[in-house]
Write a protein that binds this ligand. Structure first.
Ligand code: HEC
Length: 290
């Protein structure tokens, strides 16, 4: 019994460590090997690199938003905690750069006004058909949850952005189709979106292809999982709680079982004596014991 209990506690401790520190080991492995990067948001203690998120927004806005929508994001998300954390003033200024249709007004007419914090990100196309028609029949998917929806997540998006190559000689590509190492089937109907210097970063960071890919991917991961940091914090607290709980369980187990097989004969004798007295007393008149 004692051995079983000991083994049980040991197993739980090992399990907690495995799950806690290597959660991704449970994830499915994919066939294509993506470029793996040291993302700051990986692991139980992971947080987003704030500056990278802000630059990532810039890349999305200046490059990707021409084709890809982000329908679940509102401008106010840009200053919320755990995100790019622009100031409220900056977020308002960002929103005000866009025009949205509102109304109807008192005359029953729809009208254009600058976007506010509560507005959703403006979409590049009014609907899926218009988006596909403008892109040679291929629909640029909405990017609000893309990082979660695709196998490989951040690594997949990052690799895809850097995976453009000249096609091998035996592969013929139609017009508007490009060769990409990481796209399934290697053919993609999106021209390479990031070329060195595609944007100019305000913080002086060099806008290399890799840097922009990293920043925009970080931004997309946050968009798909805006509460990642809060979740990690909570996870850490639960982890700590379990460790403390297990320590207490272990210590109390030691204490309870220490009576058995202990060398402290005196204590054991006293214990036996009390037990004997109680049994005798019960034997005499069990009713008085109720
Ligand atoms: C000129 C329009 C255009 C621009 C700009 C553009 N994309 Fe795309 N993107 C597309 C189209 C069209 C597809 C669908 C391609 C296909 O299905 O073959 C696509 C597909 C993708 C995919 C693959 C999605 C999947 O289904 O797995 C990713 C990831 C992606 N784009 C990311 C980006 C990022 C990040 C940017 C900005 C840096 C960007 N795109 C800029 C048009 C564009």
């Amino acid at each position: 019994m004692l051995v079983l209990l000991n083994n049980f506690i040991k197993k739980i401790v090992i399990l907690i460590f495995l799950v806690g520190f290597n959660g991704s080991s449970l994830a499915e492995e994919s066939k294509i090997e993506f470029i793996s990067t040291d993302w700051t948001f990986k692991g139980v203690f992971g947080t987003f690199d704030r500056a990278s998120l802000q630059r990532g927004y810039q890349v999305y806005q200046e490059v990707c938003s021409g084709c890809h929508s982000m329908q679940h994001l509102s401008y106010r998300n840009l200053y919320e905690k755990g995100g790019p954390e622009f100031s409220e003033k900056e977020a308002k200024a960002i929103a005000a750069q866009f025009e949205v249709t509102d109304g109807p007004n008192s005359e029953g007419e729809m009208f254009q006004r600058p976007a506010r914090l509560s507005d959703k990100f403006v979409k590049p196309f009014p609907n899926v058909k218009a988006a596909a028609a403008a892109n040679d029949g291929a629909y640029p998917p909405d990017m609000s949850v893309l990082a979660k929806a695709r196998k490989g997540g951040a690594d997949y998006i990052y690799s895809l952005l850097l995976g453009y190559e000249d096609p091998p000689s035996d592969i013929q590509l139609d017009d508007g189709v490009y060769y990409n190492k990481f796209m399934s089937g290697n053919k993609i109907k999106m021209a390479q979106p990031l070329l060195d210097g595609a944007v100019e970063y305000a913080d002086g960071t060099q806008a290399t292809e890799k840097q922009m890919a990293k920043d925009v991917t970080t931004f997309l991961v946050w968009a798909a999982e805006p509460h990642l940091e809060a979740r990690h914090k909570m996870g850490f607290k639960v982890f700590l709680f379990l460790i403390i709980l297990l320590t207490l369980v272990y210590l109390s187990k030691q204490k309870v079982w220490s009576r058995f097989g202990s060398k402290n004969l005196e204590e054991e004798e006293t214990f036996d004596k009390i037990e004997k007295a109680v049994t005798e007393y019960e034997g005499e008149d069990p009713k008085t014991f109720k």
